[in-house]
Design a protein around this ligand. Sequence first.
Ligand SMILES: C[S@@+](CC[C@H](N)C(=O)[O-])C[C@H]1O[C@@H](n2cnc3c(N)ncnc32)[C@H](O)[C@@H]1O
Length: 265
Amino acid sequence: MATAQETHEYPGELNDVPGWFWPLDQVLFSWFLERQERLDTRGDLLELGAYLGKSAILLGHRLRDGEKLTVCDLFGAEPPDAANRAEAAKSYSSLTRQAFERNYLSFHDALPTIIQAPSSAVVGEVAPGSCRFVHVDASHLYEHVEGDIGAAKELLGSDGIVVLDDFRSEHTPGVAVAAWEAVLNRGLRPVCLSSQKLYGTWGDPEPVREELIAAFRGRDDIAVTVEQAAGHRLVRTRAKVKRLRPPSLPSSRHPAPVPSPSRAR
Ligand SMILES: C[S@@+](CC[C@H](N)C(=O)[O-])C[C@H]1O[C@@H](n2cnc3c(N)ncnc32)[C@H](O)[C@@H]1O
């Protein structure tokens, strides 16, 4: 069946927006961002690689007064090298900035700050130490991800959270190399892992890790296991059921019509 995007309809809910932002990560993003709100951790939000806006729309939902969301994406602009060009042609050939903006504005009154450029441009545009949450989900090639992790380190404040997408997917070995290299050699401390993403910090991981374990062990829809590797505590989270209890999601201004109840005969 054609998706809402293929038929150029507006998304009726977040999960109508095409992308790779799965329910467990929607729960985890929300948990990390809500915890920062609870602790009054201030700072901006940054996403490298927005595609059609699925994860950016959720980030925008958690912005507080005075905070800013910045997204950086090529949105069809010329990639900086041949390998990145091949990646874009294979996976994102129909992406347009206009489609991102249409989706984003279906849920929010104003657009985020958009940097339409290779992700290496963010360090010149975003102030060092100004962010509390950075989602690294642009190119999945080692040379780019390695640079994006360096940018995240520079732009995050002390206890900020970085999320690395596709750190263990079969088709993205470069992300795996960059992610574990950051853990082993660049001071990144893993807080937890989902099936797709590694959540980490360059601050103290223990308080947030302990809270996360306690919070998620109290849920019957998510499994949590803990193991040690190379001196790091790795907290794995996994969806136990198909339909997770969803977090608070932003509402679309174009909700799908509610089907009328069938008439009793
Ligand atoms: C996996 S998608 C992002 C998915 C999105 N975060 C979501 O959850 O739906 C990767 C995005 O990164 C962008 N991208 C690829 N290479 C890039 C680069 N060098 N700099 C900036 N963006 C890039 C692509 O245009 C694409 O939109």
